[in-house]
Ligand binder design. Structure first.
Ligand code: ZN
Length: 358
């Protein structure tokens, strides 16, 4: 029931507890009003691969349409996604991510690092591994100083794709890059597949020296793994790939809100009708129209190419799975992303370290 508060009352005559009640109900009703009218959702897409050729209009080496980054960002902005962290997956891709951050200041930010599947490039680098490590460090240091890089990554371990880079090389260069992240003092953007113990062991040796910790993006592990990562002070990134199966959804349900971040991982990780997430998409906001790449036009998404505008569906499903409001999911994820990566917003203090230190 709505209480009418008479403002002619001298506030100094109202007891403290009554003032608290009045303040709380004012906040509550303004939230209700917001939810009932136009919800003001605000998102950061913390994992978007805008350096992918498909955003230049190239598919399998063939040009299908013009570079449409501007329209992709515009469609995202219309659903409230206003900040984008562009993934760098090797030295060259990191440079491209930085170039996008320079082109779209205050909106796009880059990550700098070498993905575990590309870790073999350290050994094939013309100047040898130490030179590539130095170049990555110099790039990250300079881009951080200029405010265009907000994370070190994508680094980690991927034991599902050992055919791309072997275990030994992955582990060696993951640890070498963690040392760089500590030197440069950038929070981590992490990738982990089927590498549970090695991943956690390498990380816990370094995390106490990284006050902002990092994000394990595109999480597809078990509840137990997720809990151990959260105990290390890390956040968990959820996208369409994190919600393919019933087991995935059970994990998402258990992720503490204060450790959740949202991403699309576009152009990949599109949510499909065959995924377990599909039944929770009912009532989700209408997405922009999508057409085949041959029928490209600036107002449509491209079929099969995921983009940041779909982040509202990721948030919608997370909220339904958790049984809470979408605004609660958005606010928590936004605050966690800003606290960890900054993105030019007022940054808050890092969370207290709850994890194990070796
Ligand atoms: Zn990844």
């Amino acid at each position: 029931m709505l209480r009418i508060v008479r403002f002619s009352i001298n506030p100094s005559r109202i007891s403290f507890s009554r003032l608290v009640t009045i303040e709380a109900s004012k906040r509550f009703y303004s939230t209700v009003k917001q939810e009932m009218t136009l919800p003001k959702y605000k998102y950061v897409d913390v994992g978007i691969n805008l350096t992918d050729p498909t955003f230049r209009g190239e598919y399998y080496g063939k040009k299908a349409h013009e570079d449409d980054t501007e329209y992709v960002l515009q469609r995202a902005t219309e659903v409230g996604c206003i900040k984008f962290m562009v993934t760098g997956s090797d030295l060259e891709e990191s440079k491209k991510a930085i170039a996008l951050a320079e082109k779209y200041p205050g909106r796009c930010y880059a990550t700098v690092g070498v993905h575990p599947c590309s870790a073999k490039t350290f050994d094939s680098h013309s100047g040898g591994p130490s030179q590539l490590l130095q170049e990555v460090e110099a790039l990250a240091t300079d881009a951080k100083r200029r405010g265009v890089a907000t994370a070190f990554g994508e680094i980690g371990l991927d034991y599902d794709r050992l055919m791309l880079t072997g275990k030994e090389q992955q582990l060696k260069y993951f640890e070498a890059q963690l040392e760089i992240a500590v030197k440069v003092q950038l929070p981590l953007f992490l990738h982990s597949r089927a590498a549970g113990e090695d991943f956690e062991r390498s990380l816990s040796a370094n995390l106490s020296q990284l006050p902002k910790r990092g994000l394990v993006h595109s999480f597809t592990g078990t509840v137990e793994e997720m809990e151990r990562l959260v105990a290390l002070g890390l956040d968990i990134g959820v996208n369409g790939c994190s919600m393919k199966t019933e087991e995935n959804l059970e994990v998402v349900k258990q992720i503490p809100l204060e450790h959740l971040q949202i991403e699309t991982d576009g152009p990949w990780c599109e949510m499909r009708a065959s995924h377990a997430s599909a039944k929770y998409r009912e009532g989700a906001p209408q997405l922009p129209n999508s057409v085949k790449k041959e029928k490209w036009n600036k107002n449509s998404m491209v079929k099969g190419r995921n983009e940041s505008a779909t982040i509202c569906h990721v948030a919608h499903v997370i909220a339904r799975v958790k049984g809470i409001s979408t605004i609660a999911v958005c606010e928590a994820a936004w605050n966690n992303s800003i606290r960890m990566f900054g993105f030019g917003e007022a940054s808050e203090k890092p969370k207290p370290y709850e994890g194990r230190v070796e």
